[in-house]
Ligand binder design. Structure first.
Ligand SMILES: [Fe+2]
Length: 437
């Protein structure tokens, strides 16, 4: 049931008939962080900015990466002031560090926040510009990045964001209280060193939130508007990174969803289950590559204001000094409501996605697709301690207008949905996401 007729190419010269595959360079496996030095040298680095966050600096895997870089004879300067859930202010601070340090390469060891901060620091120190110049429209000018960046080795330590495989850097724009990003192929790290053993010490809530981010990447990319429904670009360079679902991204999405169906609960609920955590990391890699080429849609589009307008939610396992809704949590609380809405656009894909995640779809018809996929997500959310909808992270019906206004600004993501949405529909989706059980 993998929709072999899904991609029908219209012979009208106006709609897209081509998809591009941008493959990330990856080394994957326990212990791979000890190869950082040799890999950095091979990329021509001599003076390296090593990005991390304060809590990770004390951990053994960070020491392994740093030692490997120093043993390779590189001049290493550590920047450990990365903010979890970065902001325009924290990106600018990192860019100042990068500019003053005159580095010829970057290594980032951490979650998506660390990797994205290194991308931004590399961008603004290599091609200086006003901060909003490269930020996605309509919030920024979405100016193209004028040339290549310095080499960047990304070493993810959570099984989530896929940041190591994408050209996207996400942050909160403080003055507008909205999450947005910078998107360019130039931002994609030169190499990802993916060491699953870095996830063995993560708290369960962090594994749950990042695991559901992976799940959302895979299921949103799999159900995204097919690439064959976009208008043909004027030139190959104008083809967007988020080109829509395509036969190549489908492979990574399906494989990731099957791994998640098998290992997500085990990885969250038992830190000593290394087989489960290794496979979660591999699912994150597969889904990251897929969504880097296909793109996510409404659940991610809605997540930005769920995170940006946070009130006083402080999840266990995360820094407690400020309220926050972790990225994966802010995405998945919207997802059952969204997939109930989008299922009618491609019901076979929604059913197949649910089946990969472990749902019994033998007696399900296309009309059941929305309920089947929502039911399977809710089951997994309950089993892993995810909050009960957006109400569970502190929102009420009174917040729906503000949430929807923030989500509507995420047009880059919304246009990738298989079913169109306007502000009214988004308000309805937030109401439907208030409480699931
Ligand atoms: Fe995500």
């Amino acid at each position: 049931m993998s929709c072999c007729h899904y991609y029908s190419i219209a012979d009208d010269g106006k709609t897209e008939s081509v998809f591009s595959v941008d493959v990330a360079a990856i080394s994957f496996g326990p212990g791979v962080l000890r190869e950082a030095g040799e890999q950095a040298k091979a990329l021509g680095m001599k003076r390296v900015a090593l990005f991390t966050e304060p809590a990770l600096r004390k951990l053994a895997f960070f020491a392994d990466a740093e030692k490997s870089l120093r043993d390779a004879g590189l001049d290493v300067v550590v920047y450990d002031e990365v903010r979890v859930e970065p902001t325009d202010a924290s990106f600018k601070q990192a860019a100042r560090f990068a500019t003053e340090g005159r580095f010829d390469g970057y290594v980032s060891v951490g979650g998506g926040s660390v990797i994205d901060t290194a991308k931004a620091a590399n961008l603004y120190s290599t091609h200086p510009a006003d901060f909003l110049a490269y930020v996605n429209a309509p919030i920024g000018e979405a100016r193209p990045v004028p040339g290549p960046l310095k080499p960047h080795i990304a070493c993810p330590t959570t099984c989530g964001t896929g940041a190591e495989c994408t050209g996207i850097a996400v942050f909160d724009l403080l003055e507008k209280q909205v999450k947005t990003g910078i998107a360019s192929k130039r931002l994609k790290p030169s190499l990802a060193l993916i060491d699953p053993s870095a996830t063995y010490s993560l708290p369960r809530n962090v594994v749950a939130a990042s695991g559901f981010d992976v799940l959302a990447h895979a299921l949103e990319s799999y159900t995204a508007r097919p690439y064959t429904m976009r208008t043909k670009p004027g030139s190959p360079a104008a083809r967007p990174m988020s080109q829509g679902a395509n036969p190549w991204s489908d492979i990574g999405c399906e494989a990731a969803l099957k791994l998640l169906g098998k290992y997500l609960q085990r990885a969250v609920n038992d830190a000593s289950d290394h087989e489960a955590r290794d496979n979660m990391m591999y699912a994150a890699t597969l889904a990251g590559i897929a969504f880097g080429n296909a793109g996510v849609h409404i659940p991610h589009g809605m997540s930005y204001s769920v995170a940006g307008l946070v009130k006083d939610f402080r999840p266990e396992g995360y820094p407690q000094d400020e309220p926050m809704v972790p990225h994966g949590m802010s995405v998945i609380v919207n997802a059952p409501s969204v997939f109930r809405y989008t299922a009618c656009a491609c019901p076979e894909r929604h059913l197949h996605g649910a089946a990969c995640l472990g749902a019994d779809t033998r007696d399900a018809s296309n009309d059941d697709a929305g309920e089947v996929v929502a039911g399977q997500l809710i089951k997994l959310m309950k089993a892993t301690g995810i909050p009960n909808g957006i109400g569970g992270v502190g929102y009420s019906e009174a917040d729906v207008g503000a949430l929807a206004a923030g989500a509507f600004a995420q047009q880059r993501l919304l246009v990738n949905s298989p079913r169109e949405v306007g502000t009214k529909e988004i308000e309805g989706l937030y109401l439907g996401a208030m409480k699931y059980w």
